[in-house]
Design a protein around this ligand. Structure first.
Ligand code: DC
Length: 233
């Protein structure tokens, strides 16, 4: 049987990354964090001193960026077992910075950036056997994915998780919950209202709410779905 392609979409802080990573491990599939690719383009724009309003210049950067993922054999952090490489350089820590996240949301609204990264994502998943997480994986990147999950959580719970994640990574020691929530709302609004590939659940996605559930419990629910569908097939 051909290995499946699994799409996990949803807003920031819904728990997509942890769930997608665990799911990939349990299924023996490759995990791909498409958000890290938008973050890498944002970082490249900062490094190159390119104004994010210059859509054509940023799109050209995206087309020229060599973005790759590599397992991190030294990682003791179960949450970050992969390195993100930008033009051969490990930028895993830089792409997690809040200002890079904000700019990633801006550059991801540029059509030329999206088409460049979507093409790379489709190539990475061409053989199946991947769990890819993002915003448009089930709608645009892999509209024929065997399984699409749209993972959400309440805005309050998502902001609390984001703050914990930032603290755990030692990125911002003094960010308040209000600040994180305000940035999250701003990013959600931009991601949901952009004209190209706005954040929206695919019509055939299974919607899951992760409030009050551990990532492992969400993964168990998804694996039960996989089993049920395979039995039907
Ligand atoms: O998932 P994340 O926070 O790492 O994503 C960073 C930004 O990239 C986010 O603002 C939305 C955007 N993004 C996107 O537009 N499409 C994707 N498939 C993944 C992320």
């Amino acid at each position: 049987m051909r290995p499946w392609t699994v799409a996990i979409d949803g807003p920031a802080g819904a728990g997509k990354s942890t769930v997608a990573r665990l799911l990939a491990r349990r299924m023996g599939y490759l995990y791909i964090d498409s958000g890290a690719m938008y973050r890498a383009v944002a970082l490249k724009a900062i490094q190159s001193g390119i104004d994010p309003a210059e859509a054509d210049a940023v799109a050209a950067l995206a087309r020229g960026a060599r973005i790759a993922f590599r397992p991190d054999p030294d990682s003791e952090d179960d949450e970050a077992p992969q390195c993100v490489l930008l033009d051969g350089e490990d930028v895993s820590a830089e792409v997690r910075r809040p200002e890079v996240a904000q700019l990633a949301s801006v550059v991801s609204a540029i059509p030329g950036v999206r088409s460049a990264l979507v093409a790379q994502q489709q190539a990475m998943g061409a053989q199946g056997g991947v769990v890819m997480e993002g915003r448009d994986i089930g709608t645009v990147v892999f509209p024929n994915a065997e399984l699409k999950v749209y993972l959400t959580a309440s805005p309050e719970e998502r902001a609390v998780r984001r703050l914990k994640e930032l603290e755990a990574r030692g990125i911002v020691g003094d960010a308040s919950l209000e600040q994180v929530r305000a940035e999250q709302d701003e990013r959600d609004a931009r991601d949901a209202t952009r004209p190209v590939s706005p954040l929206v659940a695919a019509s055939d996605a299974v919607q899951l709410e992760s409030d009050g559930l551990t990532p492992a419990e969400v993964v168990d629910d998804i694996l039960a779905l996989v089993d049920a569908r395979r039995r039907e097939a």
